[in-house]
Design a binder for this molecule. Structure first.
Ligand code: HEM
Length: 504
């Protein structure tokens, strides 16, 4: 038949064309499918209002400028709940007090499924960090709880302090750095120390390689890698390659440990001693690192920035730590180094005798954690403010809705750890560590890490925040950067520091 010959000719021409032509053709077909899908949407009566215009270009800012995009959506629809399509996926954005309450407590709304499609930053190793059976996820969470029991967390304190000392010593006696480079790197080290093994965290070259690879995963998350993960874009290939390299580093370390027959006091040993299957061990280290290191790194970078901009709070926090050192007979000696003295303070002191540091961490996670919580409705349809969230739909709640609400937090962008507590009647008025059904499972570890590095830096250094020209500046968190909340380059706040006379 003539048309089949025509098709055959076209097919051979396509197959013999170069990759660029095939790729362009693939993208065109893909956009046509998107258009067709979006044109034939029908909506139920109680469906949330859709965005006024829809095209793939309208929703690109969901990935690139999320804060602006979501605010625009609320504004353009004039609603507190609206929806848009991410290809075949319906995404419903909710806001307001009652929406928040349902969002955090509804049984069918699932974090893992929501995160998988909408975030795309997690290394995708099928069966290891993606498509994990709930049983394996539950096991990883159980082990994470075990790492944060009193004894292992206490054991981590001197190690985290020693890592901090070693890295801070490389900063020299005075200088200037971008906290999103240096403080972030420090937290990557301490989180890796806490969640992996001695072999990896004692080797600066491997740590630095891993940091580069995790950065590649974060930065390689483009709209295409999330929406069409099967499309072999350069970003996707880079991401897969980075994931494979991380996987190899982690499995090599496990292999080395098993072969050595030497038992060490670290998290890997705990996991191996529990007899967990390899997938749980690798999934634990790979998956939790990306969740843990980025969040603690962001919070620490902002905490140092805020303290450099607010000498009053800096002084109060430093005095708090000095008071703890002086009040403990073991740590009060001035002959030991700062890290050694801080290591003598037991876990319960760090957890229950630091109200100033607690207030600083809480305020930092309120104003500089640009999280948009994501869920998928795996249960029956749920109603939020009278709008239906059908089974299978995605629903997102931007933390800005509550954390930057001027009714709850007057002058919301200002860093003020002394601000009045929000009325207890307001549900989920602070969700910095999650809320309801989904609470952060690394809170204990993260808070201890943040307090230890703050103590080291506040007593070991003097610091302030300056712009490129060296003049005092006060950067504002950039909620459009969904990873670090990092200000644009021209508004970078550098930490300008000099060593105090206390030996690290
Ligand atoms: C300053 C540091 C951190 C902050 C501010 C933070 C914050 C959060 C928040 C807000 C959530 C809830 C997300 C949502 O509802 O969508 C969450 C969940 C979670 N966090 Fe963290 N986190 C931090 C550090 C860590 C660390 C160090 C780990 C691991 C060692 C970790 C492990 C987790 C896990 C596993 C969940 C998911 C819980 C679940 O599936 O129910 N986090 N975190």
């Amino acid at each position: 038949m003539p048309y089949s010959v025509g098709l055959q000719t076209a097919a051979s021409a396509f197959l013999s064309a170069g990759f660029a032509t095939q790729f362009t053709f693939g993208v065109v077909i893909f956009l046509l499918i998107v258009f067709a899908i979006s044109t034939f949407q029908t909506e139920e009566a109680d469906a949330p209002v859709p965005l006024p215009s829809y095209s793939i270009f309208t929703i690109l800012p969901f990935f690139r400028k999320r804060y602006d995009f979501l605010n625009w959506g609320f504004h353009a629809t004039g609603q507190s709940v609206f929806q848009f399509q991410l290809l075949r996926n319906k995404v419903i954005v909710v806001s307001g007090e009652s929406a928040r309450q349902t969002f955090f407590t509804a049984k069918g709304l699932d974090l893992t499924e929501g995160f998988k499609i909408l975030s795309g930053a997690i290394p995708m190793v099928r069966g290891v960090t993606s498509n994990l059976q709930p049983r394996r996820i539950a096991m990883i969470h159980k082990r994470l709880a075990a790492v944060q029991r009193n004894a292992p967390l206490n054991d981590l304190i001197p190690l985290i302090l020693d890592d901090s000392r070693r890295i801070m010593e490389t900063w020299g006696s005075a200088g200037k750095f971008d906290p999103f480079d240096n403080v972030y790197t420090l937290l990557f080290q301490t989180t890796l120390r806490s969640l992996s093994c001695t072999e990896i965290s004692n080797d600066p070259q491997v740590v630095s390689r891993l940091k580069t690879l995790y950065d590649k995963l974060d930065n390689g998350t483009t709209p295409a890698t999330v929406l069409v993960p099967w499309l072999p874009t350069p970003a996707m290939i880079q991401k897969l390659w980075a994931t494979k390299e991380i996987y190899d580093i982690v499995t090599d370390a496990i292999h080395t440990r098993e072969q050595s027959g030497v038992s060490r006091n670290d998290t890997l040993q705990m996991l191996l001693d529990c007899g967990d299957e390899k997938l749980v061990v690798v999934g634990f280290i790979m998956g939790l690192l990306i969740a843990g290191a980025r969040a603690t790194g962001t919070t620490a970078s902002w905490m140092m920035t805020f303290l450099g901009c607010h000498p009053d709070w800096r002084a109060r926090a430093a005095a708090e730590v000095q008071g703890l050192l002086a009040g403990n007979p073991l740590s009060s000696s001035n002959t030991e180094s700062l890290s050694a003295r801080l290591a003598m303070l037991p876990l319960e002191v760090w957890e229950s005798e630091t109200p100033v540091l607690d207030a600083i961490i809480k305020e930092t996670t309120r104003v500089a954690q640009p999280h948009t919580a994501m869920r998928r409705n795996l249960g029956p349809p749920v109603y939020i403010d009278g709008k239906i969230i059908p089974t299978g739909a995605y629903v997102v709640y931007p933390f800005s809705d509550v954390h930057l609400d001027p009714e709850l937090y007057p002058d919301p962008w200002a860093f003020n750890p002394g601000r009045a507590e929000v009325n207890k009647e307001v549900p989920f008025s602070y969700v910095g560590w999650g809320g309801g059904k989904t609470l952060c499972l690394g809170t204990r570890l993260a808070k201890v890490e943040l307090k230890l590095i703050a103590a080291m830096f506040l007593l070991g250094f003097r610091h302030s925040v300056v712009n490129k020209a060296g003049l005092p500046t006060m950067p504002t968190p950039n909620w459009n950067d969904i990873l670090l909340c990092r200000p644009p380059p021209e508004k970078t706040g550098y930490i300008s520091y000099e060593r105090s006379d206390i030996p690290l």
